[in-house]
Ligand binder design. Structure first.
Ligand code: AMP
Length: 288
């Protein structure tokens, strides 16, 4: 497994493989890897000849009062896991290398970045779009793999790739969950045992909305209400949003009359958790 710390090194590897006609998969991450990240890398290894993973805690996507400095960093362990998986290249640049003194160019993200996370984390998707575009330039892969766990992020990147004619296919992969439904996340390690129990409230709330829809109630207000009630009952402390929106444009809906997604952002203790579910309107359509 090759490890590159500079953009030039990383580009040279990818360029070499591309000239050989190899199909290249890219998996951007912030490290502190868990089975969710590994599922993306595994999929890339299955579908591509070469898999490149990036590990970079991107400062420009964190707000001033967010957890950038305490975000978990477990590089040695991460590299071991990726090596075992058969990953070909890991790009682990420093902040100074990606954002040197005088850095001043940012991507203005598409409109799908405005609601939901865009309201509660202003500037977040500007940072995400900027780093992802930089990574796409440094590692010009054929396919890039992102998790549906960060659903709005996936939609923002797909939109950006389409709008800016980026020749990389952006693929969304299913959310990997713990046995009680909690979506795996690097931030789950902030939770103490009581909070860890309460963190399952997000999946319980999403499941309650899905169940209500399957029972025939398509009213968005009522679906959102059942999510709120379930979250508070099951131990979430502060809800930022619990919404049902159009899954393509992330716009408001009154009834579920087109493809829709339910999304939640809520605090358990001081840990901010997000999760979502693509809503199905009939039992037959359900795959998992
Ligand atoms: P992060 O390191 O949190 O920036 O995540 C890196 C990539 O892994 C993103 O595309 C995430 O959506 C994806 N990811 C994070 N958690 C999960 C999960 N539980 N299941 C699937 N993908 C995930």
């Amino acid at each position: 497994m090759k490890i590159a710390n500079t953009a030039d090194e990383a580009y040279a590897h990818i360029d070499h493989w591309r000239r050989e006609g190899q199909r290249i998969g890219l998996v951007p991450t912030m490290g502190a890897l868990h089975q969710g990240h590994l599922s993306l890398a595994t999929r890339s290894c299955q579908e591509c000849d070469i898999t490149a993973v990036t590990i970079f805690v991107n400062p420009t996507q964190f707000g001033p009062h967010e957890d950038f400095s305490r975000y978990p960093r477990t590089l040695e362990q991460d590299l071991k896991m990726l090596q075992e998986l058969g990953v070909d290249l890991v790009f682990t640049p420093s902040n100074e290398r990606l954002y040197p003194n005088g850095y001043s160019t940012y991507v203005s993200p598409p409109d799908v970045a405005k609601p939901l996370e865009g309201v509660f984390r202003p500037g977040h998707f500007r940072g995400v779009a900027t780093i992802v575009l930089k990574l796409f330039q440094i590692l010009p892969a054929n396919i890039a793999y992102f998790g549906q766990k960060d659903f709005q992020q996936l939609v923002v990147i797909q939109r950006m790739a389409e709008d800016l004619n980026i020749p990389i296919r952006v693929v969304g992969c299913p959310t990997v969950r713990e046995s009680d439904g909690l979506a795996m996340s690097s931030r789950n390690r902030y939770l103490d045992p009581k909070q860890r129990f309460a963190a399952a409230s997000l999946w319980k709330a999403l499941s309650a909305a899905q169940q209500m829809l399957l029972e025939g109630n398509r009213e968005v207000k009522q679906l959102e209400e059942v999510m709120q009630q379930t979250l508070y009952r099951e131990g979430a402390e502060k809800i930022e949003y619990a919404r049902v929106v159009d899954s393509h444009w992330l716009t408001d809906l009154t009834t579920v009359d087109r493809p829709a997604v339910a999304l939640i952002a809520a605090y358990v203790g001081s840990t901010r958790l997000i999760d979502n579910i693509m809503l199905e309107t009939s039992q037959k359509q359900r795959h998992s």
